[in-house]
Design a protein around this ligand. Structure first.
Ligand SMILES: Nc1ncnc2c1ncn2[C@@H]1O[C@H](COP(=O)(O)OP(=O)(O)OP(=O)(O)O)[C@@H](O)[C@H]1O
Ligand SMILES: [Mg+2]
Length: 394
């Protein structure tokens, strides 16, 4: 509070700051308190991102470091009552303050896939204080979700699978689901692999496919599949969803998967993996491939060590224990979200309503020597050409 006998200039500044709104005022108060004797306001710009989301550009006075400023994050968060993201761009500090309180549940029906035609593989990450966050899976190339059991990893995978099925009928979807039968409802639309020896064959074949695609792209002078597609080329995206990645214990299987992760970049093969804790005890050399998962979604973690394994920071250890609440991170972007909830029964209905968009199964998978493929899948899959052949199952 300003004292009654404060000089006029201080009174005017006080009024000026209050008129800019409570969030601006709260930040300004903390700055005044932490950086006294600065003649000029340090906030140089306030940008409104949404009703309850603001971005501030802040210039620190010479000699005051970013690290010192970042340590005051808790003070700013307490003063504004919001969640914060502080980062440095050149000599400017960017501070995003989100004061919107997220609800405990948002239905999947909030997502309208028809609005994102400009993206290759759109899917909703979740509701954030800035509104619904929708991203393009094709940009990542790979996506990882982790966190304690029963907080929403599999639900996030259902959301991704369904969003892709609804908006990209020419995508091959493969689901590796070693633990349960959760994804059985997608068997008409995707290749669902639930036995470990089949997962090994699958990853082997995907490696062949990746090598083949690389040659095709190189010959066409395309650095990535998106460019090839804009030139009229035919190369369907292949999305491989792996629930409970920790169940993949066989060394050869893991080696095939790691190679896909390391080298599949830009060939249109995207891996989306979920597991509670991606520790190096569970996976040999996970540290080597972790960076390939540019998109990460961490539900609540038991402690900061587990949060670090997924996000490289401790944010997920401090999440509220709400199912579906997560921290999304991609490069410099990091934000709290409430993922959309999709009941598998509703999902089955959604897909039924869009029969015309029905996906074909992964015919490249059966067109290579079938080795020990399960008879069920051999039977279920239609005969067809190699990738690119437009064959629809009945
Ligand atoms: N976004 C959400 N909003 C509301 N509830 C959710 C959300 N996501 C998940 N849940 C609830 O949490 C339960 C557990 O979710 P889910 O099975 O996805 O967790 P999980 O992390 O995969 O667990 P596990 O590690 O045991 O496989 C769901 O049955 C659902 O009731
Ligand atoms: Mg699960």
């Amino acid at each position: 509070m300003l004292r009654n006998d404060a000089p006029l200039v201080d009174r005017l500044r006080y009024i000026y700051i209050r008129r800019k709104g409570p969030v601006y005022a709260a930040i300004s108060d903390v700055i005044d308190d932490q950086y006294p004797k600065e003649p000029r306001p340090l906030i140089i710009k306030q940008i409104k991102l949404a009703d309850k989301a603001h971005r501030f550009l802040i210039h620190l006075p010479p000699g005051k470091g970013f690290d010192e400023f970042k340590k005051k994050e808790r003070l700013f968060a307490d003063a504004t009552g919001g969640s914060l993201l502080i980062e440095k761009r050149g000599t400017t500090i960017i501070m995003e303050v989100l004061t919107e309180e997220l609800k405990k549940s948002y239905p999947y029906s909030l997502y309208d896939h028809t609005k994102y035609n400009s993206m290759h593989l759109p899917f909703p990450i979740g509701m954030s204080a800035k509104g619904l966050l929708v991203r393009d899976l094709a940009e990542y190339p790979h996506f990882f979700t982790g966190g304690e059991t029963n907080f929403g990893k599999s639900n996030a995978l259902h959301v991704i699978a369904n969003s892709i099925l609804l908006s990209r009928p020419d995508t091959y979807l493969v689901i590796v689901d070693p633990k349960s039968t959760e994804f059985a409802y997608l068997e008409d639309y995707a290749l669902v692999v639930d036995e470990m020896q089949h997962a090994k064959i699958l990853f082997q074949k995907l490696n062949h496919e990746m090598d083949k695609r690389k040659k095709i792209l190189k010959k066409a002078n395309c650095v990535k599949v998106q460019k090839y597609l804009t030139q009229g080329g035919d190369m369907p995206f292949i999305i491989v969803i792996i629930d409970e990645m920790a169940e993949l214990q066989d060394k050869e299987t893991i080696d095939h998967l790691w190679r896909l992760l390391r080298m599949g970049r830009f060939t249109g093969i995207h891996i989306i993996a979920a597991t509670q804790r991606p520790s190096s005890k569970v996976f040999d050399n996970f540290g080597d491939v972790k960076a390939m998962f540019l998109g990460r979604l961490a539900f609540i973690c038991a402690d900061s060590i587990n949060s670090h394994m997924i996000l490289d920071n401790d944010r997920a250890a401090h999440l509220e224990a709400i199912q579906g609440r997560a921290i999304y991170k991609c490069g410099l972007e990091m934000i709290e979200v409430q993922t959309l909830f999709l009941d598998p029964e509703d999902a089955a209905m959604l897909l039924k309503d869009s029969k015309d968009r029905r996906l074909k199964k992964v015919d490249f998978f059966i067109n290579q020597p079938s080795e020990r493929l399960p008879p069920r899948q051999n039977l279920a899959l239609p005969p067809g050409g190699m990738p690119g052949s437009r064959h629809r199952p009945n």
